[in-house]
Design a protein. Sequence first.
Length: 375
Amino acid sequence: MKSDWLKRLLFLILVAEVAIFGFIFFQRIKEIDNLAKEKFYLAEINPSQVKESNLKDSQQTEIPLIEGPINPKLVGSYLAPGQPEFVFVSGNYAYLADGYAGIQIFDVSQSENPELVGSYDTPGYSEGVFVSGNLAYVSDKSGGFLILDVSDPENPKEISRYEPISAEGVFVSGNYAFLAYSWWGYKIFDVSKPTLPQFVCEEDLLEETEGVFVSGNYLFLAKGEKGGLQIFDISDIHHPKLLSTYKAPGYSESVFVQGNYAFLATEIDLKIFDISSSSQPLLVSNIKVPGSAESVFVSGQYAFLAAGKAGLQIVDISDPKKPKLSASLQIPGFAERIFVSGNYAYLVTKDIDALTKTNLAIENAGHLYIIQISE
């Protein structure tokens, strides 16, 4: 008798938990659907300054902007040890997230002859890397969130790790690291003490989260298959607030912000938004380029696109309402990621037959290319 009563009680508790979870989940769907139904108009831009933040945008402030004429020329390359996914350049070094081969560090002071000087074998599949000062922040799919001391590039050392976590991308602003958490939204960490990162908050979201970018008090997410763009207010870092959602066809894997504009690579095209009002971003233009818009990096009046089978595509965005293709460079393989620093673009490509084999530890499955883009 007692056993039957206990079983009934446990069953009722289980039913109640399922009901509560269902209510919260569908309330979340309703909130996002309502935001997604906001009207986005093509409109004349009335420029205004985005609210100044106490968060430092290290990626934007350290990199000189490209303003002069563009004439891309391939000057150097390196066959990656693994399956290259992402590249970040800081000073004379390029940091390559190289799949199962971990993190590879290149001396690129001689652009014609990049030299592999150091590496770190991460526990999982390295998807993203962000470098600030002497620290490299690594999103290691299935392996966790790692922080490496790279003060000696030839001998990088792991100083902390947070696991289990499956992260696609990472962005660092001030004392905080923001992780694109694949199918589970995003996570934020306080990294003011790099040896002991502290979890701050997370949010589960519909659709996968592929790309992450922070500008001022705002968090921008590229939301994968048909997910488009989401913008959050992070002025209260412990309680981010969803401001807007723009559903977009294609596969949104990369977002970049410069000034009052957000640039979203949707695979199908490059979309440009006026974000003067982050709660109501305005789609001001879009442009289709040869190949596919896999990722975007903006510098000055140009948007640089890793364009899949079409290599590097460069778009003149001096008039954001009328972007136009400015230059291109065909590169072997499938161009997936792009980073611009100084007069050079760093392009990550994969061998086409390795694109669907990220579950296998394939060696030498892509390249790091160095392209001179201005004199």
